[in-house]
Structures are given as C-alpha cells and as structure tokens.
Design a protein around this ligand. Sequence first.
Ligand SMILES: *Cc1c(COP(=O)(O)O)cnc(C)c1O
Length: 401
Amino acid sequence: MSDPVTHLLHHPYQPPAGFAAPQPGVFKASTVIFPNVAAMRARDWKHKHGYTYGLHGTPTTFLLEERIAALEGGAQCVLVPSGLAAVANVDLALLKTGDEVLIPANAYGPSKALAEGELANWGITHQLYDPMDPADLAARLGPRTRLVWLEAPGSVTMEFPPLAQLAHACRQRGVTTALDNTWGAGLAFNGFDLATPGSGADIVVQALTKYPSGGGDVLMGSIVTRDEALHLQLKLTHMRLGWGVGANDAEAVLRSLPSIALRYQAHDRAARVLARWLQARPEVARVLHPALEGSPGHEHWRALCTDPGQGGGGRAAGLFSVVFHERYRMAQVDAFCDRLRLFKLGYSWGGPVSLVVPYDMPGMRRHWPHRGTLVRFSVGLEAAADLQADLAQALDALAKT
Ligand SMILES: *Cc1c(COP(=O)(O)O)cnc(C)c1O
C-alpha cells in the first residue's frame, strides 16, 4: 500500500467503540461492506439482524423505524420517502388487477388521485365511501374489496368518523384496513386499539413530514404493523420499488421526536383558543374542529381522544377549518388569506410556522353541505395572542369589503 490515495481509502484507524451521547449517530451508506463471502451469501434484508445494502436499512433508519413503531403502538415499521409514498406502498403491496379499494370521500386528495390514475390504469377499481356512515361502508364492501383506507379526521373537512365502527365492519368481512394517522401522530389515539385492544386498523401510516419532523423541512412516511407476515409483504414491495430514505432526514426526525408530545400539546392548545374565538366572529359561518361541540363527529372524537374519568380536554392536533359566511365571494376570502401576515400560504402542516390554505370544496367532498368558502388553518408555535391579532386585522379588513 505505497500509494497515499490507496492508503487514505483503506486507512486502518478505527475510533474506539462505546461512544455515548444523547443524540444517535448518523450512518450513511449505499454500499454495506460484508466481512466475508459467507456473510454476503447469507445476507438477510428482511430482519434487523444485520445490514445488506443502504436501501434495506442502516443503524440510523433501523433506530427511527423502531421508535415510530413504538409511537404508533405497533411492532414493525417501514420508512418511505414521503407520506404519499406510504399510501402508495400499501396500495401496491396489497392490490392487484381485479381488486377494489375503498377510500373515504374526504380522504387526503393525492390518495384519491393515485386510485383514479395508476390504480385504475392497472385494473384496480376504487369507491369513495361516506366516512361518517358505517352502513355506507358496509354496503360497499364487496367480494373484490381487498383494502379499506381510514382517516381521522379528514384533514380539510375535519369530520371525525366513527373509526372503531368502520374498522369493525371491515374486520367482520376479513378486509384489511389501513389508517392514515397523520393527524393523530400516534399521540391522540392508538390506531391499532380503537374500541378494545386489537380492534383497530391492520396498518397505520403517517406522514412523518408533519408532527414527527416538526420542522417543515423533511419529507418522510412510515408504515407500521403488528403482524409480521403483513409487514414482510409491505417490506418486499418497498424493496422492489427501491424507496430509501436519507440518513440526514432520518436524523432530523430522530432529533425532533423527543419533543413531539410537547409540540403536539402546544399546537392543540393554541388551535382551540383560535377556533373558539373564530366561532364568535360574524364573518364566520362555521368552525370545523373535532374538539368543538357541534363539529361533525365531535362525539366520535370525544370517545376516542379523551381519557374517561380524567376530565381533561382530550387530545387534538393544531388543525381546523373555517367556512366563511356565504355573503363573501371566493375572491374576498382569497384577499383575507393574502392579508394574513403570520399565517403563511403553504401546504402541509406540523411545523413551527402557522399556515393557511383556501380550498375549493365541491371538488373535494361529495354532498358538501356548506356554501361559503372553506379555509384550513394549521396553527404553528407562535404565541396564540399574536396569531389572534393577525386573524383580527384580516377579518376586520374583510368585513369592510
Ligand atoms: C401530508 C399528508 C400526507 C402526505 O404526506 P407527504 O409527506 O406530504 O407526502 C398523507 N396524508 C395526510 C393526512 C397528510 O396530511
């Protein structure tokens, strides 16, 4: 080894083992080096016994998978590059030509778009069901139904479904259920244990992009299961699709996870203050927030997200929607959004900065009962009083138009 470049590449120094610090290290790899050919031939990408290739896991991603599985109350986890990739990975692992998937009518939009696009192209049909009506779901469950998506609440309409009843209807028919638990974040309720232990979804996915990241700067998704065979089915599809996540992104989520419960509570507290305050404003026809009495599915939220006997206010995320009085045209409501200073215009949620998005509801939810324009707010970590003052100045200007 006379050449200095070769020497650099094969330098013998190894730092001492046993380094301990609050934050785990970041391990980056495409290539994983095997000690010998026998180890290479005996490689096992399915379990966390060892390492085979960067796509199949590193110490950093294994660590995050185990922590997310624990957060959701599950046993296994697969990480994917976005929340939408988690939805797609589940669809592709479980569905084949001739199958049908049922999706809530108020579901995350791109999940419906995937069903209307690629799934339809591959001969997989879908139906939208009314998430607030278990009888509607039961009537749509057919011999070709292989998968039912659940989501609580719809992240724009904020309707909180009778989740345990929906899951029960599927379980009775032996149909696999997958819950998009991005709103609950593994904190508001346990997606696997709804009415009773084990009565919940078979698969729980989350956009880690939202609360687990908490920074508005990472895209990642998780797919959590309790059943080893189902996990391996999802992981096999994951391997074939080549969906890896970057170690630096995994590290960013690992760094944010210890504060997730505190952040979730802070987002929740401020969102409820603002939602209640908005209820009293004359410009507003309706505030949709599952923790507010009279909001669609409030009783389902109460049953799932409050602890009996504790008398507390329950758990909710920092999201709510407002339906403006129908006397305001869409352009006036757009101007209201433009006038906000602390609430920024942008998609996604769960980060420190408050966000606002106006939606065009007729395209998003069949039989939508409200006529006024809907605006969805994601409350960040700013002081609630400052956010309220921001809303007040934009509402006062709206009232004058
Ligand atoms: C944001 C979101 C997703 C998708 O997450 P991305 O990481 O942005 O792809 C899926 N479901 C829900 C409910 C979401 O809010």
